[in-house]
Design a binder for this molecule. Structure first.
Ligand code: ZN
Length: 240
C-alpha cells in the first residue's frame, strides 16, 4: 500500500523536487538548470558581448544629431537640380550678419532660401545641405543628393555642405557647437561612407573666400576637428 507520504517521496524522486523547491530544503537555488556559478558567469559574458555588439551596430548606423526637417523653418521644396553622391564634407559659415542664440535662426534660414531662389541667384534651393544655428539646432537644407551652390570658383559636386548660420569671423563657436559639429560630421561620414580625411572647409577649396570665418577655421587648422571626428568614428566602429 502506498501511503500519502510514500507517494510524495516518489513524486519528489521523479521530478527532483528539491531542485524546484529550494525553500523546503533551505539552500536557495533559483536557477536549478544552471549547475554552477561558472555556467552563469559564461552566460553573462556571452549575453553582454551580444548586447555590446548590437549597441555598436546601432550607434554606427544611426544619426546621433537630430536634424530638424525643412517644415520647421517653413522652407519650400527645392527645384530639380544636378544629382550627386557626397564623397567629401565641406564646412561653411553664412558670413553675413552675426546671429546670436536669441535671434530667430529659422527666419534667417527662410530668408536665405527666399534670396537664393529669387532673381539674385536663381538657385534651386538654399545653397547648403545642413545648417547649424547658434543654439546647436541642426536644420535640413537642400537635398544632400543634389549638388550645392557656391559664390566662388570651386565645383561643389560631391561635397556635402554644412553651414553655420551667422558670421564666425565675428562670433565664436562654444563647446556645445563644437560637439554638435563633431557628432554631425561623424554621422555624415558613416551615412555616406566618407573618410575623416575628406573633411575640410570652404577656404581649402577656394582662393576667393575666408569662409568659414577665422574662429571655425582655427579648429580645422589645428587639426582638432578631424582628430575628434576620427576618435568618434573609432568609438562607433567605423574605420575608413
Ligand atoms: Zn563658404
Amino acid at each position: 500500500m502506498v501511503t500519502r507520504c510514500g507517494f510524495i517521496k516518489r513524486l519528489n524522486k521523479l521530478f527532483d523536487y528539491k531542485s524546484f523547491n529550494p525553500y523546503i530544503y533551505g539552500e536557495p537555488n533559483h536557477f536549478p538548470m544552471f549547475k554552477s556559478r561558472l555556467t552563469l558567469f559564461l552566460i553573462a559574458i556571452v549575453f553582454s558581448a551580444n548586447l555590446a555588439s548590437a549597441q555598436s551596430k546601432k550607434s554606427a548606423s544611426g544619426d546621433t544629431v537630430k536634424i530638424m526637417p525643412k517644415s520647421e523653418w517653413k522652407g519650400v521644396e527645392g527645384r530639380p537640380y544636378k544629382q550627386h553622391v557626397p564623397i567629401k564634407i565641406t564646412v561653411h559659415h553664412e558670413g553675413g550678419k552675426v546671429l546670436t542664440k536669441n535671434d530667430d535662426a529659422k527666419q534667417r534660414l527662410k530668408n536665405i532660401q527666399t534670396w537664393g531662389m529669387g532673381p539674385d541667384r536663381k538657385w534651386a534651393d538654399v545653397p547648403y545641405h545642413l545648417l547649424i544655428a547658434p543654439n546647436g539646432t541642426v536644420y535640413e537644407g537642400r537635398n544632400p543628393l543634389t549638388v550645392g551652390e557656391t559664390n566662388t570658383e570651386y565645383d561643389p559636386t560631391g561635397h556635402l555642405l554644412i553651414c553655420f548660420l551667422g558670421n564666425y569671423s565675428q562670433q565664436k563657436l562654444d563647446e556645445k557647437l563644437l560637439k554638435v559639429l563633431v557628432n554631425l560630421l561623424a554621422d555624415q561620414c558613416i551615412k555616406y561612407n566618407i573618410s575623416a580625411k575628406e573633411i575640410s572647409t570652404h577656404r581649402d577649396h577656394s582662393q576667393q573666400t575666408t569662409c568659414p570665418g577665422e574662429d571655425i577655421y582655427s579648429y580645422f587648422k589645428s587639426g582638432y576637428i578631424v582628430k575628434e571626428v576620427r576618435k568618434m568614428l573609432k568609438r562607433r566602429n567605423f574605420n575608413n
